[in-house]
Design a protein around this ligand. Structure first.
Ligand SMILES: C[S@@+](CC[C@H](N)C(=O)[O-])C[C@H]1O[C@@H](n2cnc3c(N)ncnc32)[C@H](O)[C@@H]1O
Length: 221
C-alpha cells in the first residue's frame, strides 16, 4: 500500500483518495476505513462526491485548510460536507440544506462533528441565515437547480472574504435537458464573469458525473 499526503488531512492511497477521519470508527456512507500510522483514513469516493471527482481529475486549486471557514450550499445527507469537516478540523463548515428529509440524515452526521453546522434554509435566500454565518474562505455550491449560478453568486457576495475561493458544481441537465452541456457551461461561465468573478479553473467531472462541470472562481478585482 502506497500512502502519500496530498493536502492538509488528505491522502492518496494507491489509486484512491481519503481524509483523516475526525470521528474514528464512524462511517458516513459505508466508506472503507483504513488504519495508517495511528490515524484512521476514510476513503473518499469520487462516484459519491463531486469534490472527490474533481480532485481525482486533477483539481489544482485546493482551498480547504485545517482552519478554513466554509459555506456549503446543498449539504444533502452530508457525504461531501463530512470529508470537508475531516479536513477543516479547526475551522467551521456552515451547511445549508432546504429539504427536511435530507436534513434529518445530515444531523446524524453533524451531531458527531463539532465543526459541522446544519442550517435548514433555502440557499436562494441568503439573508435568511446571514445572522448564523460569518465571512468565509470558501463557498461551495452543489444544489443541482436551474438557478444554481445565481444563488452561488448571491451567497459569494454576501459571505465571501476578499480572497474567498468559490467552487460551483454545475449540472447541465438541471438547467436545460434539451441543450448541449457545453453550451450551458459556456453560458454559466459568462454569468459568473458578469457577476464579478473570475473562473481560475474548470474541470469536467465525467466519467464520475455525466454532464457536470466544476468551476473554481475568485473575485475579479
Ligand atoms: C446534488 S445534492 C448535493 C450532494 C452533496 N453536495 C454531496 O456531495 O454530498 C443537491 C442538494 O441540494 C439541495 N438543494 C437544492 N436546492 C436548494 C436550495 N435552494 N437551498 C438549499 N438546498 C438546496 C437538495 O435538497 C439536495 O439535497
Amino acid at each position: 500500500m502506497q500512502v502519500i499526503e496530498i493536502g492538509e488531512n488528505v491522502y492518496q492511497i494507491d489509486n484512491s483518495i481519503a481524509t483523516v477521519n475526525l470521528t474514528p470508527g464512524i462511517q458516513v456512507y459505508q466508506e472503507k476505513l483504513i488504519e495508517y500510522e495511528g490515524k484512521e483514513l476514510r476513503i473518499w469516493n469520487p462516484r459519491r462526491s463531486k469534490l472527490a471527482a474533481a480532485i481525482v481529475k486533477g483539481l489544482h486549486t485546493f482551498p480547504f485548510k485545517h482552519d478554513s471557514k466554509v459555506l456549503y450550499l446543498g449539504a444533502s445527507a452530508g457525504t461531501t460536507p463530512s470529508h470537508i469537516s475531516d479536513i477543516c478540523v479547526d475551522g467551521r463548515v456552515y451547511s445549508v440544506e432546504f429539504s427536511p428529509t435530507m436534513m434529518r440524515d445530515f444531523l446524524d452526521v453533524s451531531g458527531n462533528r463539532e465543526n459541522l453546522f446544519a442550517i435548514l434554509n433555502d440557499a436562494t435566500r441568503p439573508h435568511n441565515y446571514q445572522h448564523l454565518v460569518e465571512k468565509v474562505d470558501v463557498v461551495y455550491s452543489d444544489v443541482a437547480q436551474a438557478t444554481q449560478t445565481q444563488l452561488f453568486l448571491d451567497n459569494f457576495r454576501l459571505f465571501g472574504k476578499d480572497d474567498c475561493v468559490g467552487i460551483l458544481m454545475i449540472k447541465a441537465r438541471s438547467i436545460d435537458v434539451t441543450r448541449k452541456p457545453n453550451d450551458i457551461f459556456k453560458e454559466e461561465k459568462k454569468r459568473l464573469k458578469e457577476g464579478g468573478l473570475k473562473v481560475i479553473e474548470e474541470i469536467k467531472l465525467d466519467p464520475y458525473e455525466k454532464d457536470h462541470i466544476a468551476f473554481i472562481c475568485e473575485k475579479n478585482f
